[in-house]
Design a protein around this ligand. Structure first.
Ligand code: NDP
Length: 334
């Protein structure tokens, strides 16, 4: 059983030496359990948090432990009447080729419904994050301007396209010309702005002539700085992720702008609300129904960035934190 373990807690950007590749004995399923062979492993920004022992909403991966992650797997042996060999399931088995899992923790995937990898992408956790955060907190209305960064990723691309479905104007922020082109041509955003451009703040202002009504926060940092002055009265800001900060080791240099930000929160009646997708677990049925219909009707498109081989996961994950991926990053394990 091939496994990728956490070797050390990274300081700043993770390094290849923070991971170890190991071969363990094949696990044996007990009563009510199944043996899984991983087909796809999802790589997601939250995994940076699990590598660190700073207090968070979930426990860290222990040193020497298998890196955590969502997986699409095939049942190869079953001691449960719920699953048969050959069934494809969604599991949370982490960065390894095989695992045992209790049957009740698994959800069956229908391979005839679409590519099975989408169960960890547009039809899975990232898609649901976009759907719930945008609709419950962002509440975009027809004619409003919705801005999202990391916009070619699985969360951001769904945010922009759902905003369009609701009649809003979608402005995407992404790194580089190719990603900006895809925002317009592939995902149907109304405008695309490159955050790596030296004129980024001015470009964003030009792309949002009526200000910003919903800012779906995925990155923080310099992108937030450019967005903040453009926020309209009563803007909604679902705070989903802060990827620009995940490798940060110290606070950015001053001046401290908290008082300026809080003044705007008060006078403009800004509604910032942080969320974790699991807060909205009760919306999963509505999400599945709506998202599968939107994909079928061509209203939501998705893009996957598939890396071949489990051993490539550490390198691909390090790249994800700095924008080397182009679309939902998944590892084809087998
Ligand atoms: P992506 O596939 O979009 O990958 C992350 C992207 O972030 C990179 O490709 C890069 O895109 C962008 N990025 C990285 N560093 C910076 C930076 N300094 N400034 C601007 N952009 C940067 O990831 P996901 O769609 O999976 O996740 C998007 C966000 O949503 C993350 O913050 C993640 O943590 C969060 N999230 C939160 C959840 C929740 O429950 N709250 C659940 C799932 C995700 P580019 O090249 O375009 O800059």
């Amino acid at each position: 059983n091939r496994q990728i373990l956490l070797a050390s807690r990274p300081v700043g950007e993770p390094k290849l030496s923070d991971f170890t590749i190991a071969d363990a004995a094949m696990p044996v399923p007990s009563d009510g359990e199944v043996l899984l062979k991983m087909r796809y492993l999802s790589l997601d920004p939250y995994m940076r948090g699990r590598m660190s022992d700073a207090k968070s909403y979930a426990a860290p991966v222990p040193i020497g432990g298998v890196m955590e992650g969502g997986t699409v797997a095939e049942v190869v042996a079953s001691n449960s009447d719920r699953f048969r060999p050959g069934d494809v399931v969604l599991s949370h088995s982490g960065w390894q080729s095989h695992a045992v899992a209790k049957a009740e923790t698994l959800r069956k995937i229908d391979p005839s419904a679409g590519p099975i990898s989408t169960a960890v992408g547009v039809m899975g956790m990232p898609g649901m994050t976009a759907y719930t955060g945008l609709l419950t907190i962002g509440q975009p209305k027809a004619g409003e301007t919705v801005v999202v960064a990391a916009a070619t990723g699985p969360v951001g691309s769904a945010v922009g396209q759902i905003a369009k479905i609701k009649g809003a104007r979608a402005v995407g922020i992404a790194g580089g010309a190719d990603k900006c082109k895809a925002l317009i041509e592939e995902f149907g955003f109304d405008a695309a702005v490159d955050h790596r451009s030296p004129t980024f703040a001015a470009d964003l202002a030009a792309a949002c002539p009526k200000g910003i009504d919903v800012y779906f926060e995925n990155v923080g940092g310099a992108v937030f700085d450019a967005v903040f002055p453009l926020l309209n009265f009563f803007a909604r800001i679902p705070v989903c992720g802060l990827i620009a900060q995940y490798n940060m080791t110290e606070l950015p240099p001053g001046p401290d702008r908290t008082s300026q930000i809080m003044r705007a929160v008060l006078t403009k009646r800004l509604n910032f609300r942080g969320f974790i997708v699991s807060d909205f677990a009760d919306q999963s049925k509505a999400f599945f129904t709506d998202m599968s219909a939107w994909i079928r009707e061509g209203k939501v498109k998705y893009r996957e960035d598939i890396v071949d081989g489990l051993d490539k996961a550490p390198e691909a994950f390090i790249g994800l934190l700095k924008g080397a991926n182009f679309g939902k990053l998944v590892v084809k394990v087998a």
